[in-house]
Design a binder for this molecule. Structure first.
Ligand SMILES: [Fe+2]
Ligand SMILES: [Fe+2]
Length: 338
C-alpha cells in the first residue's frame, strides 16, 4: 500500500455508526476553540444505560435512541476541525477498513463452538476484547511534546491543539469508564455476561495477553531526526487509529453472535450493547484521523534545524502500523484462541 492510497482510499473509516453526532446543541460550523469541560460534557439523558446491572456511560432520549457520552460539543468540534482542514485544501486520512483481516473464530465457527458447549474460546475472546478496550485509557498518559516548537505552522483551533485539553481524556473515559459509570470495558463484560449467562472467566486471560504477543517492544525510531517524543506520540495515535478502524470487524462479529437467539441468552440486550459501543467509537476514529491529518498538513522541525513534511512522517508511521497489523492480527487471534 502506498502513501497515496491511504489518502485516496474511499472506504470510510467511520462508516456504519449510529446517530451519536446528533446530540449537539452547537451547530455552528466555525467555532474551533472548546474548553475541556465542553469536550467532556454529556448533557442529560431521559434514561441511563444499564447493562447486566452495571450503570454505563451514554443513555437514551425519550424515543429510546441511544446517545454516546461526551459528544454534545465533541462531535461538532471534530466536524468543524475537519471542515477547516478541508477548506484549507488538505485531505483527511481514510484507513480502508477492507484491509482488516477477518475475525478468528468467525461468527459461524463461534456459533458452532457455543452450540456444542465449547464456551471457553468465546468467553476468552470476549474477555480479551473488554481488556483491550480498557487499555484505551492509556491514551490519557501519552506524552505530548511542545508542539508549538516542533511544528512550523500554527495550529490553534485544531484537534491537535485539544489533544491534552479534552480529547484524550474523553477517549480514555469512553474506553475504561469514569467514576461510577462503566465504559467499553464494562459494557463488553456486561454483553458477555448477559449473552452467556455469567460464565466463569478464566483467570489467565490478562496474563496471557500481556505476555503472549510481544507487543510491548518499542520499535526503533523511523525518523531519528525528529524529537523522539513527537514520533512516539504520532506512532501511538496511528496505532490507536488503526485499532479503532479495524475494530469495526469485531463489532460486526459481536453484534451478529450475541444477537443470535440460538446461542445468546440475551440477544437484544447483549447485541444492543455492542451496537452502543460501536456508536461511541465514531468520535475516536474521527478526532484521531483529524489530528493526524493536521500534522500531515504541516511541517515538522528536525532536531538539527532542518524541516520535514508532516505527511512523510505520518504516512510512514501509518504504514508501519498497517503492515504489522494486517500481518500479525490473525496469527495473534489464532494463538489467543489456542
Ligand atoms: Fe472502545
Ligand atoms: Fe475507541
Amino acid at each position: 500500500m502506498t502513501a497515496d492510497s491511504i489518502g485516496a482510499a474511499t472506504a470510510s473509516a467511520a462508516g456504519d455508526t449510529q446517530m451519536s453526532d446528533d446530540r449537539s446543541d452547537d451547530r455552528s460550523d466555525d467555532r474551533v476553540q472548546f474548553s475541556v469541560e465542553e469536550l467532556l460534557t454529556s448533557g442529560e439523558y431521559t434514561e441511563p444505560l444499564v447493562a447486566n446491572g452495571v450503570r454505563c456511560h451514554g443513555g437514551f432520549d425519550a424515543d429510546g435512541v441511544y446517545f454516546s457520552p461526551r459528544v454534545v460539543h465533541r462531535a461538532p468540534a471534530i466536524k468543524a476541525w475537519q471542515h477547516q482542514l478541508q477548506r484549507e485544501g488538505h485531505e483527511l486520512i481514510e484507513i480502508p477498513s477492507d484491509l482488516m483481516p477477518p475475525p478468528h473464530p468467525n461468527v459461524a465457527q463461534a456459533k458452532l463452538l457455543l452450540q456444542n458447549d465449547v464456551r471457553d474460546p468465546i468467553v476468552r475472546a470476549l474477555t480479551i476484547i473488554s481488556i483491550v478496550e480498557g487499555f484505551g485509557a492509556m491514551i490519557r498518559d501519552v506524552e505530548v511534546p511542545d508542539l508549538a516548537s516542533l511544528l512550523v505552522e500554527p495550529f490553534e483551533g485544531t484537534a491537535l491543539a485539544h489533544l491534552t485539553s479534552g480529547l484524550f481524556e474523553a477517549h480514555a473515559r469512553d474506553e475504561s469508564g469514569y467514576r461510577e459509570e462503566g465504559g467499553h470495558k464494562q459494557m463488553w463484560e456486561a454483553a458477555r455476561d448477559a449473552a452467556l449467562e455469567n460464565p466463569k472467566i478464566p483467570g489467565d486471560v490478562l496474563m496471557r495477553l500481556m505476555s503472549g504477543r510481544g507487543r510491548s517492544q518499542r520499535p526503533a525510531p523511523a525518523f531519528p531526526q525528529i524529537a523522539p517524543q513527537l514520533e512516539r506520540m504520532l506512532g501511538f495515535m496511528a496505532n490507536v487509529l488503526v485499532v479503532e478502524v479495524f475494530a469495526t470487524g469485531t463489532f460486526r462479529w459481536g453484534i451478529e453472535l450475541l444477537s443470535d437467539p440460538e446461542v445468546s441468552a440475551a440477544p437484544e440486550e447483549a447485541g444492543g450493547m455492542v451496537r452502543n459501543i460501536e456508536a461511541d467509537e465514531k468520535p475516536h476514529v474521527d478526532y484521531l484521523r483529524t489530528a493526524l491529518s493536521e500534522v500531515r498538513a504541516r511541517t515538522i522541525r528536525t532536531t538539527d534545524g532542518k524541516e520535514i513534511a508532516g505527511s512523510v512522517v505520518v504516512d510512514a508511521l501509518l504504514h508501519r502500523v498497517l503492515h504489522q497489523m494486517t500481518r500479525n492480527r490473525r496469527r495473534d487471534q489464532q494463538e489467543d484462541l489456542r
